[in-house]
Design a protein. Structure first.
Length: 442
């Protein structure tokens, strides 16, 4: 190994590369060579430039702490003495990144509804997202082209004469985010795909646009985009004609979806408090007018109460620290004391536990009944007693819209919807078609 004296005594005869090697190995310093008087200007400049290059290289090496920076270092300094070390670091980080992505992949797959499509794409990238879709049997293009749908609304009846006579009005009750809108979309889509549904021959097409919006959430019959959960839903009235494909005569049906905010109004009435937002109060009061208009009509009636299994089992409370049970109990008290909604021409009442796929166990209907008894005992008792007194058929059922992925993409499950539709068909009598009716609906 060369000594310091070697470099000092031979500096005028050495190449810049040799001098730089001695300096970088700590054998001699630039200043010591400069003091000899034999370290010429040209060679001194060449050594200084090379030392600056090595300093920049070392700085880049020390700064290369991520995969992109390590790869940039190799591209910039392909002959660096650090290359082998950098390659080892790249291999190690690739292994760590692969393991990290695998853990994230498994976490997302096991908690599929904790993320939206765009969030998963940002986390996993396109390749892993495509692999995830393949494992879940979801169309990758449906996921990457996700576009949160908007629902379009229609006017509702304002006067008794607006209500088409001879229909059975089916009321859909549920607090905000109880799943009733999603359930309606699957029920209506199932009617379109497996039954015959058409518009009635009435002048005002109440709810026709809204009904189409719900049906078209599932535009390819198998997979659909669910509307965002919102507490600002609106009351909608949807008259239509329905029959089984092999039947001759239609049933005259009207779906009435009540705003979830109505339950806040029930709570205000029963507890003399104010929890509705000022901007919502007018809409809710209008919803109550429509509700009372329909409840007092001469049409037959069926009521569906949707209760969210997940909300209750997860202990979800709203910003007022109130639960689903609080709102349902307030509604039950209102029904008991102020307005017997089942007394006038009500054929049946159904309490439906939604998100039944969350129920763990083989006999889900029985588990749902136990769930209702354990968590909504007061509500169930009031509703059952009212039905008994008014001689109304009372039923408990379960519902799931299908498998939901990424908070907003659903693979439709027709079976639950078909079950509800068949129950409606059993309760509602078909109307014999006149010649005029056949002409208008041909």
């Amino acid at each position: 190994m060369k000594s310091k004296e070697f470099y000092i005594n031979n500096v005028k005869d050495l190449k810049a590369e040799d001098i730089v090697e001695g300096i970088r190995n700590g054998i001699v310093t630039f200043e010591e060579l400069q003091d000899t008087g034999d370290f010429g200007i040209q060679i001194r400049k060449a050594v200084k430039n090379k030392l600056d290059e090595f300093k920049a290289e070392e700085k880049a090496y020390n700064a290369a702490t991520t995969l992109p920076l390590l790869r940039d270092f190799l591209n910039t300094y392909p002959n660096s003495c650090y290359c082998e070390i950098v390659k080892e670091k790249i291999n190690q980080k690739n292994t760590e990144e692969t393991a990290k992505q695998k853990r994230k992949f498994d976490e997302i797959k096991n908690n599929i509804n904790d993320y939206k499509p765009d969030e998963i794409r940002d986390i996993l990238g396109n390749d892993l997202l495509q692999e995830l879709c393949e494992q879940l049997d979801i169309d990758y293009n449906v996921v990457v082209n996700y576009d949160e749908p908007e629902l379009r609304f229609n006017d509702t009846p304002k006067n008794p004469e607006d209500i088409p006579p001879g229909h059975t009005d089916v009321f859909f009750w549920g607090i905000p985010s109880s799943g009733k809108t999603c359930a309606l979309s699957v029920i209506l889509r199932t009617m379109k795909d497996k039954y015959t549904i058409t518009n009635p021959s009435i002048e005002t097409k109440f709810g026709a646009t809204y009904r189409d919006s719900l049906v078209n959430l599932f535009n390819n019959k198998k997979t659909g985009y669910l509307p965002a959960a919102t507490q600002k839903d609106r009351t909608q009235y949807m008259p239509f004609l329905l029959k089984r494909r092999e039947e001759s005569n239609y049933r005259h049906v009207s779906f009435f979806e009540l705003s979830g905010e109505v339950f806040k109004y029930f709570y205000e009435l029963e507890h003399r408090s104010e929890i509705l937002e000022d901007g919502d109060r007018g809409n809710v009061e209008n919803a109550f007018k429509t509700l009372n208009l329909l409840l007092n009509s001469n049409n037959q009636k069926i009521h569906f109460f949707f209760i969210d299994y997940k909300q209750e089992t997860k202990g979800i409370r709203d910003k007022h620290n109130l639960t689903q049970e609080n709102y349902l109990n307030a509604a039950a008290t209102y029904f008991r004391d102020k307005n017997d909604i089942f007394k006038k021409k009500t054929d049946a009442v159904f309490v439906i536990v939604t998100k039944a796929d969350e129920i763990k166990g083989e006999n889900k209907p029985e588990l749902a009944k136990r769930f209702l008894s354990d968590n909504f005992g007061s509500f169930m008792d009031v509703i059952k007693n009212r039905c008994k007194e008014d001689r109304v058929d009372f039923n408990v059922g379960i519902f799931s819209i299908g498998d939901v992925y990424f908070k907003g993409i659903c693979k439709i499950n027709y079976s639950y919807a078909e079950n509800i539709i068949e129950k409606l068909l059993e309760k509602i009598k078909p109307v014999r078609e006149t010649l005029l009716f056949k002409i208008l609906n041909s």
